[in-house]
Design a protein around this ligand. Sequence first.
Ligand code: TRP
Length: 457
Amino acid sequence: MEISRGLWSSRLGFVLAAAGSAIGLGNIWRFPYSVGTGGGGAYVFVYLICVVAISVPVLFAELAIGRATERNPVGAFKALVPGRLWRLVGGLGVLTGFGILAFYSVIAGWTVGYLWMALTRRLDEAVDAASSGAIFGGLIGDAGPALLLTAIFLAVTALVVRGGVSKGIERATSVLMPALFVLLLVLVVRSVTLPGAHEGLAFLFRPDFSALTPTVVMSALGQALFSLSLGMGTMITYGSYFPKDQSLPAAGATVAGFDTVIALLAGLLIFPALFAAGVQPNHGPGLVFVVLPTIFAQMPLGGLFAVLFYLLLGIAALTSTISLLEVVVAYFVDERGWRRGPAAVGIAAACFLLAAPSALSQGAVPSLGNVFGMDFLTLQNAIFGNYALSIGALMICVFVGWKWGIRPALNSIEEGGGRLLGRRALAFLVRYVCPVAIAIVLGFIIITSVITGEPPF
Ligand code: TRP
């Protein structure tokens, strides 16, 4: 008996949900700070190349697998080829989704905390780096709020996923994504019209290639996978709900385009504001939580813009956590016969147990602040958000390029009409460029770690 798994009700529904998954903290938090530490325009340039040459092929490879099988990552590989190996790749994906969800919910929780502090005008006190840093440290280093905010975020995520594919995920994202877009545009207009904004634009778009190092290239590649939600089967799962009679090629390309545009817009929001305030861009992960509040605090109507910004960040994060939980839920529903409702709630609760040490690693419990030389959250980010994704993306390309086959993959993408432009180029990228490029990057990390004796994170 075929149990109905749910489908997107329309192509637009898919585009909004998949773009919602892709657009997240990765675009608005991680991309700007990576640009800031990676030297600006040169990083953006390498990032864009990675998106076109690596992310887009992996995206279509995942969508093809999902659509052909109508299954979660584990079931999808099982349906296409016999044997344990590939099922393990799917299993790694489900596990990675669970792991990313755990640390991502912690940071997502901070956005809720910041929204609250912006609404209650507490953020107005972030007048300089020291006071802003103290506010940030106070929020993330206090066990109560850190755990509570994470729990709230996971609970809301579970509530949406419980509602199902079209009645939960699609309905939520079709309201949240337009809201996100409007908020972002308002903030970009505010930022680029600040006096002195042009310096920020130059930093973002005028590449200085002397800033490029192998580490910068690696971070751009990792970011290009993370930002499009690739390497663990999110797009396999979302592709599995794509109606067979609708055309997929343009829809997939739109998702990639949206994600890239939003990342660039986030850059347009943040760098002009930074430069206008005379602040250096290389602040690392604290950029949007420590540096931006000081700018809001000094800007006319800054309190209002702060509310809008953290609302934007929270919405972006929510549509991403939804997709992470959905992958794990889809596995338990398809493969283990669980009902969706209990699966969503139970998995979110279990995820909280893994999220808790991350939430507590930012000052509340000192021993969690130093695991392999870094705090537990950063460690989880490195393991799940970088390595596991790169390995997953590599295996997915090898699978589609060499095991399952390019032809059935292309057929699956073009089933339902629409022609994929550049089929030859795509085949070449999936078979050769992506696996080789990702393998080089991974190899480089391992060799550096052996030579320097530092852990490879
Ligand atoms: N892409 C999202 C972001 O940019 C995060 C995300 C959601 C993700 N699902 C994913 C990352 C799956 C990697 C894999 O914030």
